[in-house]
Design a binder for this molecule. Structure first.
Ligand code: UDP
Length: 236
């Protein structure tokens, strides 16, 4: 087992599956089963899930809602996904805790760092909902920040592409995947891994990122076993 404590970031959009809004129950179940495989290995798992399948702050101005209000709506959207994911994990026999960046006390615990670490040590899957609780941030930044706070060894960014490519593989047939790449090279080549705030936090704190395809069965488990899955971004 290559990693003992991980932070897995899932996008909200991925939860839509084949739909164009909301949550696809099949995808939710698939994610729960993939996560269970690594929980059963003894890996301590923290999760951050986005909200893009429901609402994004940047959309808000188009519909006459100011950005900050929109960002809070986006944070609440992540909480809806987090609650759905929590249920799916529990139905599959995992113990979980949901911690929110915004206080919503009848639904979940507030984020308290020491408590989050304690939950992980006890084998509970900890889901961080509602982002970091501040507007103008993303769930990628939440993933980086929380990973640093709980001393995770790696941020796993689960996406629908299997890593970082020299160019957009959906547009350029000659694009090739990097097995590993340094933070510096990502900057120099203008590659799009995650937003700059999130990316810089990882770089400054020497926290590796792995971008991988979460929709492929067994990928998460293989990655934990140290196989060549996705792209590893690290300081070189
Ligand atoms: N958001 C925020 N602060 C945070 C995390 C999220 O304001 O700390 C808002 C922001 O508006 C964002 C939305 O929540 O657009 C949903 O999150 P994100 O877009 O990161 O979700 P994803 O793209 O991963 O589905």
């Amino acid at each position: 087992m290559k990693y003992k404590r991980i932070l897995l970031k899932l996008s909200g959009e991925a939860l839509m599956g084949d739909k164009n809004y909301g949550i696809d129950p099949k995808r939710l179940e698939q994610y729960a089963l993939e996560i269970k495989k690594v929980v059963d290995m003894g890996v301590e798992v923290a999760l951050v899930i986005g909200g893009g399948n429901i609402f994004r702050g940047v959309q808000s101005e188009k519909i006459g809602i100011d950005r900050v209000q929109g960002d809070y709506m986006g944070m609440l959207a992540t909480l809806i996904n987090a609650m759905a994911l929590q249920s799916a994990l529990e139905q599959n026999g995992m113990y979980t805790r949901l911690m929110s960046g915004i206080k919503i006390e009848s639904v979940c615990e507030p984020f308290i760092r020491r408590r989050a670490i304690r939950h992980l040590e006890k084998g509970r899957v900890v889901i961080f909902g509602a982002g970091i609780g501040n507007p103008y941030f993303t769930t990628d930044s939440t993933a980086s920040l929380r990973a640093i706070e709980i001393e995770a060894e790696v941020v796993l960014k689960g996406t629908r592409v299997d890593g970082v490519y020299t160019a957009d593989p959906e547009k350029d047939a000659n694009a090739t995947r990097y097995e590993t790449i340094s933070f510096q090279e990502v900057y120099e080549n203008n590659l799009n891994v995650m937003d700059m705030t999130a990316f810089t936090l990882c770089q400054e704190n020497n926290l590796p990122i792995i971008v991988f395809d979460m929709n492929k069965d067994g990928n998460l488990e293989n990655l934990i076993n140290g196989e060549d899955v996705g792209t590893l971004i690290m300081s070189k």
